[in-house]
Design a protein around this ligand. Sequence first.
Ligand code: HEM
Length: 453
Amino acid sequence: MRTAQQPATRNWRHAVAPGGLPLAGHALLMGRKPLQFLASLPAHGDLVELRLGPRPVYLPCHPELIQQVLVNARVYDTGGPVKEKAKPILGNGLITSDWADHRRQRRLVQPAFHAARIAKYAEVMERECEAESTAWTARRPIDVSHEMLALTARVTARALFSTDMAPHAVAEIQHCLPIVVEGAYRQAIDPTRLLAKLPLAANRRFDDALARLNQLIDRMIDDYKASDDGDRGDVLSALFAAQDDETGGTMSDQEIHDQVMTLLLAGIETTASALTWAWFLLGRNPRAEAALHAEVDEVLGGRAPRYADVPRLAYTQRVFSEALRLFPPAWLFTRTTTETTELGGRRLPPGSDVLISPYVLHRDPVLFPRPETFDPDRWLPERAKEVTRGSYLPFGGGSRKCIGDVFGMTEATLALAAIAGRWRMRPIPGTKIRPRPQMSLTAGALRMIPEPR
Ligand code: HEM
C-alpha cells in the first residue's frame, strides 16, 4: 500500500519500468508519450529504473527520495549528456556549471534577485502588463501562447537591460529566443548527436539566432561598460557590481555573458508557458474565473495592478500555483551521480542518471487528491499545510532551486491581474490543446477571445 508519509527506515520499493524492449529499452515509450509513460511509474515503486538505450536511468517517485537527490548537489550534480549539449549554447553559467563552481556563481548572481531588486524589476512588469492588457481588440481572437511569450520576453529583456537599446533588444530576443529554445531541445534529445551537424535549414536558423543573441548580449555588455551610469537598477548592473563575500572575486565579461544567456533561456518561456496554461484552465473553470475576477475587482477597483498589490492578490497567486502544479514548465530535469551512492536502498554507480519530474510528482493521487482537478484553493494556507513536504516542486529544490522563482511569481501575478481586470478570456469551442513536453511543458498555439468585462 502506497502512502505519502513514511518513516525514513522503511523498505523502499524498487521496480523496473514495464514495457522495455531488448535494445531500445524504454526509449520509444519516452519518445512517444513521455508524460503518460512517466506518470504511470509511481504505481510501480518509489524508485523506478528504466533504460534509455543501453543506459539505466532512475526515476525517484517518492518526495523523500527526490529531496535526497536535490539537497545533495555534490553527489547528484547536473551532468550527463544533456548538460554537455547545453554548454555550447549556455556557456558556463548557473545551469551548466558543476557543483563547486556553481556555489561561487550562485553567491555572485543571487544579489541580482534580492527583494529590493525585484521591487525595481516590478516597475517594468507593471508597465509591460498594462501595455499588454490594453493592446488587444475586443472579441478579436488572440493566440494566448504568443502573447504571453511576447510579454515575458519584454519583461525579462527590460529587467536585464534597462537602456535605450531595450526596444531593439526586445525585438531581437522575441525573434531569436523561440528558435534557440526549440533547437536546443532538438539537440538535447538527439541520441546520435548528428542532427546538429547536418546542413538542415532548421540548423542554419538555429545557428543564426544563437549568433544574434550572443552579439546582442555582447553589445549590451559593451554599452554598459562604456557608460558611467553606475547602478541602473537592472540585472546587468547587479551582475557587474557583484563581489564574492568569500573570495572578493567578481565576474569576467564572459561569465556575465553566460549568466545573461542563461537567464534569458531559463526565464522567458517557463513563465509564458505557465501563464498560458493558467488562461486555458480558467477558461474551462468558470467558478475559478469568477473568483479571480472578484478578487481583482475588489483589490484593484478598476485600476492597473502595482507591485504593492501582490500580497493581496492571494487568489490570483493560487491560480498560478495550481497551473504550475498541473503543467510545471520544468516537467523533467536531470542529475548525474559523481560517486557511488545509495538511493532508496539501491546502489548507484558514478555516472548514473537520475530523472526528476515535477509533472509526475504533481499528478500522483497519493500526494494530491483528485490530481487532475484544477483547484486553486488547494493552496489556501490551511489546506496547503496538509500537502506532503517536498511534493510540490515547480521551481526545483536544494542549492539549484530556481533563482527566478519570486521574479516569475511576481510577474505572473501582475500579468494575470492586469489582464483579468479588463478581459474575460473566452475559450473557442472545439479548441483542443495538449501539453508538449519540450524544453518547457508548452501548450502550443491557444486561441482565445478577449471579451471586455
Ligand atoms: C514560472 C516560471 C519558472 C519556472 C517554473 C522555473 C523552474 C525552474 C526549475 C525547476 C529550476 C531548477 C532546475 C534544476 O534543478 O535543474 C530552475 C532553475 C533556474 N531558473 Fe527558473 N523557473 C521559472 C522562472 C525563472 C525566471 C523568471 C528566471 C530568471 C529571470 C529563471 C532563472 C533560472 C535559473 C538561472 C536557474 C538555474 C539556477 C541554478 O542552478 O542556480 N527561472 N527554474
